[in-house]
Design a binder for this molecule. Structure first.
Ligand code: NDP
Length: 252
């Protein structure tokens, strides 16, 4: 156990290191998928398959690691497991089939990096909640869990709603359009804001370094992309609402 704790901590530090690298790189290089897709990134693959393959470890491997842990049958870890799967079972196995089949292909290197990240991230989070960490029944009554779970569910709702608006836009017309309504009145990327709120909620609900590392990574990955999307909207649509911010209503 002592050895595994050291390995677990080292992998958590790796995720934080990756967050710092990703944050720095993404402010200069737009990740080349979706609207920012461009040549020069090697072979590509079908985008639906890319999402399914790269996100599936976060559901399947996470479940395998979780159920191998000594606390896997305890109520609080099981509830945390359910929260995680609420996001990732959808993201891995439902979301890919909501994307239009003719979506631009995704570079294999991008899917590969996301897949590798999800392996590490699944290990550090699943192992912590079902084996290395300690979550007695009382944890569910703690302000930490209650606040964290509430944030997680709020973020999930925002993320799911905002992705749904974009998918519906695509069903109505070919190509990109300006999304309107709800949080889109204030920011360009409410789906990313929702995702970030979810993982901050997870970090608080688990009160763990592993959860914290993933929340930091989500910000590092999605804040620069939100900025890239925001600039792209302004460049593409001359009448893009000027008062709209990128990611944080009224601020940024
Ligand atoms: P985007 O907002 O770039 O795209 C989401 C989908 O909507 C794509 O199919 C996209 O098409 C389409 N779309 C986007 N904007 C428009 C528009 N204005 N008009 C028409 N269609 C549009 O999100 P991502 O693909 O980057 O991410 C998808 C989900 O995955 C999000 O919920 C995000 O939070 C999550 N995610 C989480 C990460 C994490 O670190 N936890 C990392 C990356 C994503 P197209 O692909 O053709 O642009």
């Amino acid at each position: 156990m002592a050895d595994e704790l050291a390995i677990h901590r080292a992998m958590t530090v790796v995720v934080m290191g990756l967050a710092a690298i990703v944050f720095a790189v993404l402010f200069f290089v737009r990740a080349p998928y979706g609207r920012h897709r461009r040549g020069g990134w090697g072979p590509t693959m079908d985008t639906r398959w890319a999402w399914l393959i790269m996100e599936s470890p976060s559901s399947l491997l996470f479940a395998a690691i979780f159920f191998s842990g000594q606390h896997h049958a305890s109520v609080a870890p099981l509830l945390l497991f359910a929260l995680w799967q609420y996001h990732y079972a959808y993201r891995a196995f439902v979301y890919p089939f909501r994307i239009r089949p003719e979506a631009r292909p995704t570079p294999v290197v991008i899917a590969g990096m996301a897949f590798a990240f999800n392996l590490i991230n699944s290990y550090i989070n699943a192992r912590w909640i079902s084996h290395l960490g300690h979550y007695p029944l009382d944890w569910l009554r703690s302000p930490t869990f209650v606040l964290g779970a509430a944030l997680f569910l709020t973020g999930r709702r925002i993320n799911h709603w905002a992705d749904g608006v974009l998918i519906a836009l695509r069903e109505r017309q070919k190509g990109y359009a300006i999304p309107y309504g709800g949080l889109y009145r204030f920011i360009s990327c409410p789906n990313y804001l929702g995702e970030i709120i979810e993982w901050i909620g997870w970090a608080i609900a688990t009160w763990s370094l592993a959860g914290g590392a993933f929340a930091v990574f989500a910000v590092a990955n999605l804040a620069p992309r939100a900025w890239a999307h925001h600039r792209w909207y302004h460049e593409t649509f001359p009448h893009y609402p000027p008062e709209r911010k990128a990611l944080i209503p009224l601020l940024w």
